[in-house]
Design a protein around this ligand. Structure first.
Ligand code: DGL
Length: 266
């Protein structure tokens, strides 16, 4: 089983972490497309192009069987087209976990943090329309977070600017008693501690890494994959990446398998 995974940068590693805990006997090819990060402030056409370039690279160079779009923004812009164009692949996307948030919330007040492109996207808007007609007891507090991905990519997780940005964005959620916040961008679990500091330790934070990992395991089993043996992870980046951040993230994993990190052009 050869699995391609991509995101605009290090965020999708939060999904790969979950995959390493669930999937066995496979090889992961992760692309951090830092050359074009952030995706969340680009047009649908641009994101579509980058997503197809990466999918084609992964198919031609690594002969993948499955493609995981570990990015809410790229999923919103490109998942339909990727599925249509590559019917031979298992294609799994990442979407803000609004449904699990509704199940978990006690007061129906749900915050959603995502990139501008995800919140503007057709998929998200459709979901909100359905919710507004079917669930009158749910109030969504959505917030785009421009600039947050760059802070994270630059390793400024515990930086004061990051704290102040989040404090400002979360203010209306805090004032209105939101009890559940959806992390609608795969980078955002990396600032989970700061969000908890602001919203309180009891806040429910919803991320989708494990749901994606389990879906991948189930779909690969259907294709005859025996889920045992070692998992190898290759992390490629398309331009500058903060290697300190990468090693911090990878050191927090305990999958025991081999991990290789390298520039895609080498
Ligand atoms: N990690 C991405 C997401 O899940 C995209 C971040 C970006 O490049 O703006 O939306």
């Amino acid at each position: 089983m050869r699995v391609g995974v991509f995101d605009s940068g290090i965020g999708g590693l939060t999904v790969v972490k979950a995959i390493t805990e669930v999937l066995k006997g496979a090889e992961i090819f992760y692309i951090a497309d830092t050359k074009f990060a952030p995706y969340g402030e680009k047009s649908k056409e641009q994101i579509l192009k980058h997503s197809f370039d990466i999918a084609n690279y992964l198919i031609k160079t690594h002969n993948i069987d499955a493609l995981v779009v570990a990015c809410n923004t790229a999923t919103s812009a490109a998942i339909k087209e990727l599925r249509e164009h590559f019917p031979q692949l298992i294609v799994i996307g990442t979407e803000p976990g609004i449904k699990p948030a509704i199940q978990l919330s006690k007061n129906g007040k749900i915050g959603i943090l995502a990139t501008p492109a995800t919140l503007k996207g057709e998929k998200y808007q459709l979901l909100v329309d359905v919710l507004s007609t079917s669930s009158s007891h749910i109030t969504l507090y959505e917030q785009a977070c421009p600039g947050l991905v760059q802070q994270i990519e630059n390793g400024k997780i515990d930086d004061e600017k990051t704290f102040l940005l989040l404090q400002n964005w979360l203010k209306p959620m805090k004032e209105n008693g939101v009890d559940t916040v959806v992390l609608g961008c795969t980078h955002y679990p990396l600032v989970e501690d700061t969000i908890k500091k602001i919203m309180g330790q009891n806040i429910n934070l919803i991320e989708t890494g494990y749901a994606i990992a389990n879906r991948l395991k189930d779909l690969s089993k259907d294709c005859g994959h025996f889920n045992n043996g070692e998992l190898k992870v290759n992390v490629y980046f398309t331009s500058y990446i903060n290697l300190e951040m990468i090693s911090k993230i990878l050191n927090s994993w305990n999958n025991g398998g081999e991990i290789v990190v390298r520039n895609i052009n080498e």
